[in-house]
Design a protein around this ligand. Structure first.
Ligand code: PLP
Length: 418
């Protein structure tokens, strides 16, 4: 059932992509665990391959459950369509693969998730794509990079783990005048707390492993075309071909499905799409509760004498607070960082936690802690770690859905004599 963007986000997250009258009355997204789909005649099957007969052929290309999740995501984001991938990293790889090729350029914000940095260094750059890393606070540098004709500009809505927020209004003005599509990785915020469409982005990307699925059960990624970029002028040959075939409105999604699904086979599994679709139904409630608890934990940590620094954009004193108020709705998300004296103190405090789990991932219903310097960033250079604020004493916390008093009580006892 198409959910007009005039309906509220929570409504679209619950009703988007489901057609009870076509699914024997099922009120939740049905799980189609089938690799292939049969047709009544050889002619129909041939027509399906030619795109003349509607229907799913093979789940590497498309699947009804994955399709329902994609429609629900597109409804939530207010986009024209989505493509769901096996992981957030697969989504980033598919995106770069369709918009750029050897010899072309892409621009990435310097503040990035460690996995994205490693992908760019070990896959994209080795494949001959030139990557410019730009500090988005340095607008003249961004303008110069955009003048070189890059195929995309990529930024995180809230940098992981730097917890910085780009000046989106100025960034989008520069990207638009250079006719470069802005791609926002909004994983840390989810569509419940951040609208990439309102910011003027062309595409929005999420690791659905995080807040969208919400309980640490399934790896996934999703890209949504927000319908705000004219693909007819884009220089990717893969896009140009689809502009001729399906028109500019659906050219990006058609090229992505062809490159990511048909050719590379990074399509999300139906079961993970089923879990993602269920997760979306409670996303807004969870994201707001986790944001409230993260703010309270951040406030508590600022009062602790063993804590030397706390970063959370929801805190009134945080350097990105004004942008958080402007760009985020309903909270600043589950992620915060705090610093203690050194690595030994960080490990001691982490090992004393009794409730929070020592695990990677974020946006889970459980509170999780990690020491970025020795884990996510252990392969990054000292310069990359410095830029991202990853010091030896830094602990990253993803606040879960447990009772707030229990979360704060856990950190209180862990830091007592760290
Ligand atoms: N983007 C961001 C901002 C992330 O934090 C992550 C993972 O933590 C990813 C992308 C990659 O997602 P996945 O782990 O689903 O591949």
């Amino acid at each position: 059932m198409f959910q007009p963007a005039t309906r509220g986000l929570r409504t679209r997250a619950i009703h988007g992509g489901i057609h009870p009258n076509r699914n024997r009355g099922a009120t939740t997204v049905p799980l189609y665990y089938s690799s292939s789909f049969a047709f009544d005649s050889a002619e129909d099957l041939a027509d399906a391959f030619e795109g003349r007969h509607p229907g799913h052929i093979y789940s590497r290309i498309s699947n009804p459950t994955v399709g329902a999740f994609e429609q629900r995501m597109a409804a939530v984001e207010g986009g024209v369509g989505s493509f769901a991938a096996t992981s957030g990293m697969a989504a980033i790889g598919a995106l770069c693969g369709v918009l750029a090729e050897a010899g072309s350029r892409v621009v990435f914000a310097r503040s990035l998730f460690g996995g994205t940095v490693i992908y760019l260094r070990e896959v994209a750059q080795r494949a001959g794509i030139h990557v410019d890393f730009v500090d988005l606070e340095d607008l003249p540098a961004l303008e110069r990079a955009l003048e070189t004709g890059p195929r995309l500009l990529f930024a995180e809505a809230l940098g992981n783990p730097r917890l910085d927020i780009p000046p989106f209004d100025r960034v989008i003005a520069l990207a638009s005048s250079a006719e470069v599509p802005l791609v926002v990785d909004a994983t840390l915020m989810s569509p419940a707390l951040f609208s990439a469409k309102e910011c003027g982005a062309a595409l929005v990307l999420h690791s659905t492993t995080k807040l969208i699925t919400g309980n640490g059960t399934a790896i996934g990624g999703v890209i949504t075309d927000l319908g705000q970029f004219d693909w007819s002028g884009h220089r990717s040959p893969a896009i140009a071909r689809e502009v001729d075939r399906v028109g500019p409105g659906f050219a990006f999604l058609a090229a992505l499905r062809r490159a990511g699904g048909l050719s590379a086979g990074v399509t999300m599994s139906p079961f993970n799409a089923f879990l993602g679709a269920l997760g979306l139904e409670t996303l807004a409630l969870r994201a707001e509760t986790q944001s409230r608890s993260a703010l309270e934990l951040a406030r508590y940590l600022t009062t602790h004498d063993r804590v030397t620094d706390v970063r959370y954009p929801g805190l009134a004193g945080d350097r990105y607070h004004e942008r958080a108020v402007r760009f985020f709705h309903g909270g600043s998300g589950p992620l915060l960082t705090f610093s203690v004296l050194d690595r030994a103190s960080a490990f001691t405090a982490m090992n004393r936690l009794r409730l929070a789990l020592r695990a990677t991932n974020l946006g889970d219903s459980k509170t999780l802690v990690i020491h970025p310097a020795s884990t996510i960033f252990h392969e990054c250079s000292a310069e990359e770690r410095d830029y991202s604020g990853v010091t030896d004493g830094l602990i990253r916390v993803s606040v879960g859905l447990e009772d707030l008093e229990d979360i704060i009580g856990d950190f209180d006892q862990a830091l007592a004599d760290a």
